[in-house]
Ligand binder design. Sequence first.
Ligand SMILES: C[S@@+](CC[C@H](N)C(=O)[O-])C[C@H]1O[C@@H](n2cnc3c(N)ncnc32)[C@H](O)[C@@H]1O
Length: 214
Amino acid sequence: MPCQHCCGANQQFDTKSAKKDLKHYLKRGPRKPTKRLTEAFKKLNTYNLSLLDIGGGVGPIPLELIPQGLSKVTDVDASEAYIEVAKAEAQNRGYQDKINYHLGDFIEVHTAIEAHDIVTLDKVICCYPYVEDLLKASLPKAKTYYALVYPQDNFLVRLVVWGLNLTLKIRGNPFRTFIHDQKVIDRLIANAGFTEIYSGTTFLSWQIHLYKKG
Ligand SMILES: C[S@@+](CC[C@H](N)C(=O)[O-])C[C@H]1O[C@@H](n2cnc3c(N)ncnc32)[C@H](O)[C@@H]1O
């Protein structure tokens, strides 16, 4: 990844924001789109499956699905602060032996990451400029299930993204958020041999997609 994005992600996803996210999770559970996704997984049999959570943040997906019997989890995140906070919470719950953490841009570290049964990118592709690269690097890592949560493309979301990017620019943070072309995303996922088995939306904001190989 160009360091510009990397440094920006570290600035954007700092300790203060990681602690705030964890506090929200502990008080109210996963945010709506994550809840939809974990509920969809809970309807499947995830017992003994491995999870690669790319940009896992403070870890709501593993924290929800480890009790369902996941065999192991790998979290790759570009933010050091988020990894530290996620690690501490996993340790509090006695999950330290279940989760491996890798700090870095997934594009930079993906060759060192093995394939897992499940791959999730929950609100991550919108943080990354090169969606094709991110999908091409992550799709081969999914043996059975692949899941994405990303923004809907509508006027309201475009306005919010524009406002957020303007704020980041004024603050001198090189991090930016993106709305990617859904046709490109759909094509790459279909070409990798995945079929959608669940899709959902939250009011005017996020879309949730779960795919199965074959
Ligand atoms: C909006 S947060 C979402 C966190 C979590 N998935 C959730 O939904 O609560 C985006 C996360 O993705 C990470 N991230 C962004 N781009 C990344 C990349 N290229 N490789 C690895 N992690 C990345 C950020 O550091 C951050 O922790």
